[in-house]
Design a protein around this ligand. Structure first.
Ligand SMILES: C[S@@+](CC[C@H](N)C(=O)[O-])C[C@H]1O[C@@H](n2cnc3c(N)ncnc32)[C@H](O)[C@@H]1O
Length: 325
């Protein structure tokens, strides 16, 4: 690893991810359907099974290390051991924040505050570099240069990137619409805030109660028209429940609960916006193609990864091998 390391913060804040990894989730963009999640895991295990024993694996934009978990499983199944490293721009620390972290991930090296554009490693430090929905957040030119530098000659790059038309991107667009409804002026969060403000002044207000009822019924209509609308459903169920039994709670606690919900939704919306900005558009894909067409790369492939009974695309799988040049 390089000495004298200085963090270079890219132009955007990465705000949405600052607290996310502290909530203990192993990965982001994990499908709720367990079969699909397990199919994705199997794909990665398959992709990572033929690495040599002792392979040095780096996961760029690792989050809490879900991909390294798949690498660990691939190694174990084949009686091997991989040396796992994960870096992320966010202040990650899976050993601290993830309950029941696997033994392999407890041994892995995780470094937070590390941009893909400036990796704190020496030339050829890794045999394999992975990324799942990560590298595309970075400045592609700089990040690919860094990957080329720290990948050993004949080492492999395996990168699953967000791309247009992917199911993951579509789901995020859908969640964005749900969050907009919840946070809209006159929407459920706003109406509940208004009701609590009235109650704080010691008055019940028929007007504020009616506004909340209208907001909740609009939200219900939305859920009927756009199933499953889980985000709207979950937030509105809590609001409706607490509003109907508000005397059972301290007003301060209710206000805090609404403020926390708003904060969580705003952070979620920020992550969605960042994701949408990171999606590889045709121009970006062309740029990556040109970079990987250079003399430093060989065996380059681009293919959609599709999963589930309907074989829905979940991203663009980009693979390449470092040449000797
Ligand atoms: C969609 S998450 C993917 C995390 C993980 N790979 C997974 O599959 O769960 C994107 C991650 O990219 C990280 N990120 C964003 N910009 C980055 C950059 N320039 N360098 C390194 N990591 C970055 C974020 O902090 C976030 O953890």
């Amino acid at each position: 690893m390089r000495g004298g390391w200085k963090i270079v913060v890219p132009s955007y804040s990465n705000q949405g991810w600052q607290a996310y990894w502290k909530e203990g989730r192993l990965g982001s963009c994990v499908p709720e359907n367990e079969e699909t999640a397990s199919e994705i895991q199997s794909r990665w295990v398959e992709l990572l099974s033929d690495l040599s024993d002792g392979a040095r694996v780096l996961d760029v934009a690792t989050g809490n290390g879900i991909l390294l978990g798949h690498a660990e499983m691939a190694a174990k199944r084949n009686g091997k051991h991989y040396a796992l490293t994960g870096v992320d721009l966010a202040p990650i620390d899976p050993a601290r924040y993830v309950p029941d972290l696997s033994e392999g991930l407890q041994e892995a090296r995780f470094l937070g505050g590390i941009p893909a554009e400036r990796l704190p490693f020496e030339e050829g430090d890794f045999d394999v570099i992975l990324s799942q929905y990560g590298l595309e957040y970075a400045d592609l030119g700089k990040a690919l240069d860094e990957i080329k530098r720290v990948l050993v000659r004949s080492g492999r790059l395996i990168w699953l990137a967000h791309c247009e038309g992917s199911e993951v991107v579509d789901q995020n667009l859908d969640q964005d619409a749900q969050i907009s409804l919840l946070l809209a002026p006159g929407g459920p969060i706003d109406a509940m805030t208004g009701l609590l403000a009235k109650l704080e002044k010691g008055k019940r207000s028929v007007h504020a109660e009616t506004k909340l009822r209208v907001a909740l019924s609009e939200a219900e209509k939305y859920c009927g028209e756009h199933p499953p609308a889980n985000v709207v459903r979950e937030v509105c169920t809590i609001i409706a429940d607490t509003a109907s039994r508000y005397q059972a709670y301290r007003l301060q606690d209710l206000k805090q609960m609404v403020m926390d919900s708003r904060k969580r939704l705003l952070a979620h919306r920020q992550r969605i916006n960042d994701l949408l900005a990171a999606v590889l558009r045709p121009d970006d894909i062309e740029f990556v193609r040109v970079q990987l067409a250079g003399p430093a790369w060989t065996s380059v492939s681009f293919s959609e990864m599709c999963v589930g009974v309907d074989s829905l695309p979940i991203g663009l799988l980009i693979c390449a091998r470092r040449t000797g040049s």
